[in-house]
Design a protein around this ligand. Structure first.
Ligand code: NAD
Ligand code: UGA
Length: 338
């Protein structure tokens, strides 16, 4: 049985991935994280081992975990735009330098590294509706003073380092660029005017559940393409099962058809919430300025649509359209948090 070491297993994507892999019973799984709240319920499962470890403070113990594994999946990162403005240096330290150490260990012990990057490496698309191709599309970022891009830039440099290590040092890697996954247990719920800001779905669902306004940044004019977490996990599983085809490749994971403007997403979520709860919601929208909401240096990605030809060749297709994605996720939150 192959041994997988999942770094960041206690997070949103990690917790869903671990649950899927435990169900298949095909792998021996070691989970590494500084929190295990989201995977607490499966802690006793067969083939599951949790190691509470902060990769910034670890040494030989961490290296040994990688040495003993066959496959390393690295999900560790600060992945929330609020943090790109508040702690940009820590974002680079974790998302680039700490993750590079993981790549070094994988190179040293000849392990297959599946590295989570982001669709944000594509940066700005100037409104283009062309699907973004991981091998040919440009990566265009805003000015340095707009700190938001530091996350994208750190992830991009990590990708470039892995690519070069693949060419010159024979590192075996696969890079995944997720496009706005959404589903149960994403980030955290908040109160009104909380100092920590989650990503948009948990922010909006907190408002609907707790009765304060959804904050729409810069009129909600930008677009996102939403991917239901189960579809995303199916894609990751296919990647794991097709090692040869995805070796030293970069793949997008995203649901091409699930695009919507942020303002329209707020309206859609409100309508679905009303249907599920049978309650009418009034005055639930507040428009906010991006730099006032997140801080100076916030600039947004305008539009990003994934080209998933590599996944489709592996037999992947999304099962959840936008409505089903939102309905299933909102239903989960209403059942569990209201
Ligand atoms: P998440 O924040 O829920 O998970 C990250 C996990 O890493 C957390 O559980 C956190 O505790 C852990 N972690 C952070 N610092 C650590 C450290 N020093 N030592 C050990 N563990 C540490 O994020 P996510 O949404 O699950 O995203 C996972 C990865 O996918 C990230 O690399 C992110 O950039 C990328 N990504 C996610 C999305 C998405 O839609 N969720 C989109 C694009 C990219
Ligand atoms: C995020 C993060 O950068 C990464 O986790 C990841 O790479 C990427 O998502 C992804 O999931 O693919 P972004 O899409 O900007 O980037 O994250 P959100 O915070 O979910 O914001 C989406 C949009 O909603 C933005 O236009 C933002 O301005 C807006 N927003 C966000 C609001 O209008 N209100 C809010 O309360 C929060």
């Amino acid at each position: 049985m192959k041994k997988i070491c999942i770094l960041g297993a206690g997070g949103f994507i990690g917790s869903h991935l671990v649950k899927k892999l435990i169900r298949t019973s095909e792998f021996n799984i070691t989970c590494v994280d500084i929190t295990k709240q989201k995977i607490e319920k499966i802690a006793g499962s067969k083939g599951f081992n949790f190691v509470n470890l902060d990769i910034r403070k670890s040494g030989d113990d961490f290296e040994s975990l990688i040495k003993e594994s066959d496959i390393v999946i690295d999900l560790i990162a600060y992945a929330n735009p609020d943090l790109y403005i508040k702690i940009p240096l820590k974002v680079v330290e974790l998302n680039l330098f700490e993750n590079l150490k993981v790549a070094d260990y994988c190179e040293k012990y000849n392990k297959w590294l599946i590295q989570f990057s982001t669709c944000e490496v594509y940066g700005k698309s100037d409104g283009s509706t062309n699907p973004l191709n991981p091998d040919t599309s440009d990566c265009i970022l805003g000015p340095i003073r707009n700190q938001r891009w530091i996350y994208s830039c750190a992830k991009q440099l990590l990708e470039r380092m892995l690519y070069a290590k693949g060419v010159y040092n024979n590192l075996q890697y696969t890079i995944i660029r997720p496009f706005n996954f959404v589903g149960p247990e994403m980030d955290f719920l908040v109160e009104d005017n909380s100092k920590d800001i989650p990503r948009v779905f948990p922010g909006f669902i907190s408002s609907l559940l707790k009765g304060f306004s959804m904050k729409i940044v810069d009129m909600g004019e930008n677009y996102r393409t939403w991917t239901y977490i189960d579809d995303a996990i199916d894609a990751i599983y296919l990647i794991l099962k097709n090692e040869k085809q995805v070796r030293n490749e970069i793949l997008n994971i995203g649901s091409y058809g699930n695009e919507i403007k942020v303002y329209e997403l707020a309206i859609l979520m409100k309508e679905i919430f009303e249907q599920i709860t049978n309650k009418k919601i009034y005055e639930c929208i507040e428009f906010v300025d991006g730099e006032k909401f997140y801080g100076k240096g916030y600039e947004d990605c305008d539009r990003r649509i994934p080209d998933t030809f590599k996944l489709n060749e592996l037999g992947w297709k999304a099962n959840y359209n936008l409505y089903d994605t939102m309905h299933t996720t909102i239903n989960y939150y209403v059942k569990n948090y209201s």
